[in-house]
Design a protein around this ligand. Sequence first.
Ligand SMILES: *[C@@H]1O[C@H](CO)[C@@H](O)[C@H](O)[C@H]1NC(C)=O
Ligand SMILES: *[C@@H]1O[C@H](CO)[C@@H](O)[C@H](O)[C@H]1NC(C)=O
Ligand SMILES: *[C@@H]1O[C@H](CO)[C@@H](O)[C@H](O)[C@H]1NC(C)=O
Ligand SMILES: *[C@@H]1O[C@H](CO)[C@@H](O)[C@H](O)[C@H]1NC(C)=O
Ligand SMILES: *[C@@H]1O[C@H](CO)[C@@H](O)[C@H](O)[C@H]1NC(C)=O
Ligand SMILES: *[C@@H]1O[C@H](CO)[C@@H](O)[C@H](O)[C@H]1NC(C)=O
Ligand SMILES: *[C@@H]1O[C@H](CO)[C@@H](O)[C@H](O)[C@H]1NC(C)=O
Ligand SMILES: *[C@@H]1O[C@H](CO)[C@@H](O)[C@H](O)[C@H]1NC(C)=O
Ligand SMILES: *[C@@H]1O[C@H](CO)[C@@H](O)[C@H](O)[C@H]1NC(C)=O
Ligand SMILES: *[C@@H]1O[C@H](CO)[C@@H](O)[C@H](O)[C@H]1NC(C)=O
Length: 397
Amino acid sequence: MSSMMRFVLPALAAASTAYAASCSVSATTTLQNSGDATALASCKTFSGSITIATGTTDPIDLSGIQKIDGDLVIKNNSGIQQISSTSLTEIAGVFNLDTVQVLNQVNFPKLATVESLKWNALPNLQNLNFDNQITKASVIDIQNTQLQTLKGINVATIDTLYIANNRYIGDIAMQLGNVTKSLTLEANNPEVNVTFSNLIWAFNMTFRNCSSISIPSLESLNGSMGFYGNVITGFNAPNLTKVGGALAFVSNTELTNISLPLLTEVSANLQIANNTKLQKVDGLPALKTIGGALDFNGNMSEIAIPSLNDVKGAFNLQSTGNVQDTCDNFFKPLKSKGKIQGKFVCVGSVAKPGGEGSTPSVTGTGAGAKKTGAASSLNAPGGAAVGLMGLAAALFL
Ligand SMILES: *[C@@H]1O[C@H](CO)[C@@H](O)[C@H](O)[C@H]1NC(C)=O
Ligand SMILES: *[C@@H]1O[C@H](CO)[C@@H](O)[C@H](O)[C@H]1NC(C)=O
Ligand SMILES: *[C@@H]1O[C@H](CO)[C@@H](O)[C@H](O)[C@H]1NC(C)=O
Ligand SMILES: *[C@@H]1O[C@H](CO)[C@@H](O)[C@H](O)[C@H]1NC(C)=O
Ligand SMILES: *[C@@H]1O[C@H](CO)[C@@H](O)[C@H](O)[C@H]1NC(C)=O
Ligand SMILES: *[C@@H]1O[C@H](CO)[C@@H](O)[C@H](O)[C@H]1NC(C)=O
Ligand SMILES: *[C@@H]1O[C@H](CO)[C@@H](O)[C@H](O)[C@H]1NC(C)=O
Ligand SMILES: *[C@@H]1O[C@H](CO)[C@@H](O)[C@H](O)[C@H]1NC(C)=O
Ligand SMILES: *[C@@H]1O[C@H](CO)[C@@H](O)[C@H](O)[C@H]1NC(C)=O
Ligand SMILES: *[C@@H]1O[C@H](CO)[C@@H](O)[C@H](O)[C@H]1NC(C)=O
């Protein structure tokens, strides 16, 4: 240490004591400009919340502060481009950035802990500089940004993770081990690849518009899990044993393979619908119990759920494919033995397979045509005339 520094440091210490009062505010300190920010540099811990004024255009540098005991907020500001701190490690409240039009730099290389990070409408924010990584947070909610990546956010456990409408985020990966409330990913980059290698359990999870989803260690959901409008080709959870709520695969246009070899129970509905290319549902070998309805519709031609022996709700299986043998030889007997408790519909060769509660409209070519009287006349011996009359009758029904 130089002799000059030896002289300066005590002077700074004295200055910080003089500032001690301003390090603790009962409510919120509003910063107007860069000078207001540097005036807080001597506060190691700032007790209270900090808000950047709507009209602020200066870069805001909060270096010096290590911990903010409250929130750090910028809302509805169209002038500020940069916020940073080389020393801040923790925000005990909410780190809230909402509608900050030209903000393009968020540099907090030491930040590791936030209670909540809530960001929305940051149309110029492409990168974040969290070199040390945020490893602890209860809530991460990021919407409508231009972020390319979430590198820098790497939490081990979280209550709520919500990442939506960030059109450039192309990969989402973190060490996440469990999710106590919910994880929702929606309308990010259509090619987003999602990887949670360590995720063992979650309460609820919803995936929309993802390109690949890898959760190889998943063992259970307390609640529900749904996949909607993804372009995944497969979903595979080799260790998943129980879904405590509903499980849904809907409108995943490229999905060809669902593999859940250890899944024994879905406590609410199991829905597999409108997955255009899904022809085989044969990856549920251990599934015994469905606490709600089984609701399948699509283009499946092969369906095997060999261990199934308890469906507490309705059963609806409608497919364009010929699944009538499976209906007649496997599912109908379960229904007659009382192992399927609700309303039962099981038909193959349906023109427009519908969801639970809909009436199947049969094409008339498959075995399923036996299902309705009018349509069955198409197959009746006696020739084309009868068939056409039958068809006319069917059309006017
Ligand atoms: C946003 O700030 C502008 C002025 O900068 C103000 O006129 C407007 O009312 C604010 N909007 C909201 C929602 O606070
Ligand atoms: C996601 O992974 C696929 C396959 O590896 C790759 O082609 C694609 O570019 C990745 N998406 C992004 C946004 O990087
Ligand atoms: C949640 O995940 C974290 C990180 O993997 C782990 O340390 C913790 O034990 C898990 N908690 C529970 C209750 O499973
Ligand atoms: C899980 O999802 C269900 C159904 O949407 C909802 O009722 C429940 O409140 C959610 N639980 C949590 C902890 O988010
Ligand atoms: C699945 O569980 C087994 C037994 O607990 C474990 O050895 C294996 O590593 C798990 N697989 C994955 C992909 O986590
Ligand atoms: C959710 O399931 C996990 C793993 O089985 C368990 O540790 C946790 O206590 C459950 N949470 C609730 C709220 O039931
Ligand atoms: C995202 O998926 C939903 C289905 O959940 C779909 O309606 C929507 O069109 C998709 N959005 C994009 C941008 O692909
Ligand atoms: C479906 O995925 C599982 C797990 O990745 C794999 O073992 C199986 O061979 C796949 N089935 C088909 C038909 O690709
Ligand atoms: C499946 O697609 C049909 C036709 O587009 C639509 O009417 C129906 O609501 C969809 N079902 C689900 C569960 O999204
Ligand atoms: C069945 O496949 C056709 C042709 O690919 C597609 O147009 C239709 O939407 C699919 N139906 C369902 C219910 O997935």
